[in-house]
Design a protein around this ligand. Structure first.
Ligand SMILES: Nc1ncnc2c1ncn2[C@@H]1O[C@H](COP(=O)(O)OP(=O)(O)OP(=O)(O)O)[C@@H](O)[C@H]1O
Length: 274
């Protein structure tokens, strides 16, 4: 049995109640994922960075995305956020095809993201960096700097950066910049948050703190897709895990099953286990 099969048998149409199991005919709609990537492919010249990948993100889910360096993880997130368009395939958000929608329009619909390479607006305070996110967020963003700063302050408190609000953003240390990325994305009031390596370079205590923040984000009703190299962290954090290797999805399922799958161990971990 492959990891895909195991995952399907776990997440498939399990009876929700005893009466379901007794075979009553219930006219239930199958649940629609908040985000659905369908057979997406993206090439760079001759290189297939993402090859025919399908995956979905359920409402309220934390989905981990892992794979070796160059596996196509960031490219996939770029296809979802709109920084890149796929050569083929579809991206569907809340049931609507957004494959060719510009990134700012996706942000307005509720797709927020952090960036692996953090680029705070130099010279602006931490507060105003986050307020920019609030001004250009979901819907039409907040109307004016006052409400945007108010929202920004809440987001900074949420990620534990409140006391740095007045400091210049480019003076923050690495771990705080990771939190700033999260605060900027949250200020846009996303329904889906895409996190690109928000734990890299952090020590164990800092990783635990960021994990707590991401769990709190999910508890606010936001669905989260997390790219991460720190396997222990992503295993503990994710409800489900997908693995890319050479641009292809090689596993999708419960973290403990995926990380012990032979193909994943071979591709991602070499001889080492999580
Ligand atoms: N803009 C680009 N132009 C050309 N090649 C690219 C571009 N972006 C990514 N690639 C290539 O596509 C492949 C996938 O890259 P990607 O950054 O998506 O991988 P990744 O899994 O995020 O890697 P990492 O874990 O190192 O960040 C790599 O071979 C990379 O060199």
């Amino acid at each position: 049995m492959t990891v895909d099969h195991m995952a399907n048998s776990v997440s498939g149409s399990m009876p929700a109640s005893a009466s379901d199991a007794q075979g009553e005919e219930l006219a239930r709609e199958p649940s629609i994922p908040i985000l659905d990537a369908r057979k997406v492919t993206r090439r760079f010249a001759g290189l297939l960075a993402v090859n025919n990948v399908s995956f979905h993100l359920d409402a309220g889910e934390i989905l981990g995305l892992v794979g070796p360096n160059g596996a196509g993880k960031t490219t996939l997130i770029n296809l979802v956020s709109g920084t890149l368009f796929p050569d083929s395939g579809e991206i569907v958000f809340q049931g609507k095809d957004i494959t060719r929608l510009a990134p700012y329009r996706r942000a307005r619909q509720g797709i927020g993201r952090t960036f692996q390479i953090m680029q705070p607006f130099p010279g602006l305070s931490v507060l105003d960096n986050v307020a920019v996110g609030a001004l250009f967020g979901r819907g039409l963003g907040l109307p004016g700097l006052g409400p945007a700063r108010e929202q920004a302050r809440e987001c900074l408190d949420f990620v534990g950066l409140g006391k740095f609000a007045g400091q210049r953003a480019d003076e923050l240390g690495g771990p705080s910049r990771k939190r700033l990325e999260l605060a900027k994305a949250l200020a846009m009031q996303p329904k889906v948050l895409l996190c690109d390596e928000v734990m890299s370079g952090l020590n164990l205590v800092e990783i635990e703190e960021v994990i707590d923040v991401i769990r709190k984000v999910r508890d606010q009703g936001i669905s989260v897709l997390v790219i991460e190299h720190v396997l222990k962290a992503i295993k503990d954090l994710s409800d489900r895990l997908i693995v890319l290797h050479h641009g292809e999805k090689i596993a999708d399922g419960r973290p403990e099953l995926v990380l012990s799958d032979a193909a994943v161990v071979q591709a991602y971990l070499g001889k080492r286990r999580a």
